[in-house]
Design a protein around this ligand. Structure first.
Ligand code: NAD
Ligand code: UDP
Length: 320
């Protein structure tokens, strides 16, 4: 596929056919921007953006961002969302994950510098690793195993942050760093292995929900509309340095399982499986910076978000 006839490009969304990227494309198109979505479809799907193709202002390029960009015209913002993000995906594609976090990010930086665009880098709460500070403020440097299996993702994102920061200091790159915490909602892959998609799909099928370890580990789940709204507000701001974007409502994975079972009215039981190595035991964002500097905070509660997510997965089943 080649880019459509867009004269004035506003935003490039690398990884735009993925879960979060496709919602960014939706939000930008809805507010009247033009979008060029670049994706190699390694973990995303064209189905996530197919509805945008017939409308004005949207173009899709099937490409690997590690190969560089050939995009003409004015670019306002480059969103770098491209990377395997689910542990299941990055453990299956370790080298590709390191490549996209290094070469891919470098190519996004070069595109932004060449076109005088702002770069929004999608980093992650995984830069905090197994956190020794709780909740995690941006000032915390993290506790990451640099050679463990998860390091291909954690260190790739830490390297992306280092490279974006160096180019901001030395070459005047206009950059925003978003440290995204666990996000869920429609367009997660049904088989992407993440906990919310696994639990909702298992609950809808009345199969046992797979809890890794004893389910006492915590996460703080943000609904996708909230998250993407925060990313776009951040991209439009002048805020330098890393900013946590997520929902500080922390729960155990066992509580999440119970909530999913209740919301879906499922008869599922719980099945305990072994805990993957280096799986963080707790995670909760300190979002003081996003609140005070951007005026942003999430509004969608877990029950409401799980209802919407379950409706999406139910729709997929009915459509199939
Ligand atoms: P996703 O896997 O659904 O989307 C990633 C997209 O990037 C996919 O469409 C994939 O095909 C594309 N991609 C991967 N490598 C590419 C490459 N080399 N060239 C072009 N496209 C490539 O994941 P997501 O959940 O939407 O995550 C998006 C971004 O947000 C990722 O960078 C991820 O690290 C970050 N993030 C997500 C979460 C979350 O909870 N969803 C949390 C923290 C950080
Ligand atoms: N998890 C689980 N059952 C699953 C999938 C994941 O108990 O079927 C756990 C996983 O071990 C982790 C948490 O849920 O402690 C969140 O996992 P996910 O892969 O969604 O995100 P991440 O580990 O990257 O935060």
């Amino acid at each position: 596929m080649t880019p459509g006839s867009i004269d004035a490009v506003r935003s490039v969304v690398a990884g735009g056919a993925g879960f979060l990227g496709s919602h960014i494309c939706d939000l930008l198109i809805a507010r009247g921007d033009s979008v060029v979505c670049v994706d190699n479809l390694s973990t995303g799907s064209f189905d996530n953006v197919a509805h945008l193709e017939s409308g004005a202002g949207f173009a899709f390029i099937h490409a690997d961002i590690c190969d560089g960009f050939a995009i003409d015209g004015v670019i306002d913002t480059v969103y770098n969302m491209a990377s395997p993000a689910s542990p299941k995906d990055y453990l299956r594609m370790p080298i590709a994950t390191l490549d996209v976090g290094s070469t891919g990010t470098r190519n996004c930086i070069d595109l932004a510098l060449r076109t005088d665009a702002t770069l929004l880098m999608a980093s992650t709460s995984e830069v905090y690793g197994e956190p020794l500070v709780h909740p995690q403020p941006e000032s915390y440097w993290g506790n990451v195993n640099p050679i463990g299996v998860r390091s291909v993702y954690d260190e790739a994102k830490r390297f992306s942050e280092a490279m974006v920061s160096a180019f901001a200091r030395e070459r005047g790159l206009n950059a925003r760093l978003a440290r995204i915490f666990n996000t869920y909602g429609p367009r997660m892959g049904a088989d992407d292995g993440r906990v919310v998609s696994n639990f909702v799909v298992q609950a809808l099928r009345h199969e046992p929900l797979t809890l890794y370890g004893d389910g006492s580990q915590t996460r703080s789940f943000c609904y996708v509309d909230d998250l993407v709204g925060g990313l776009v507000v951040l991209a439009d701001s002048t805020l330098e340095g890393p900013t946590n974007i997520g929902n500080p409502n922390e729960i155990t994975i066992r509580e999440l399982a119970q909530t999913v079972i209740e919301v879906t009215g499922s008869t599922s039981s719980l099945a305990f499986e072994s805990l993957p190595s280096d799986d963080p035991s707790r995670r909760r964002p300190d979002i003081t910076r996003a609140k005070t500097e951007l005026g942003w905070s999430p509004t969608c509660g877990l029950v409401d978000g799980i209802k919407r997510t379950a409706a999406y997965f139910e729709g997929l089943t009915t459509a199939a």
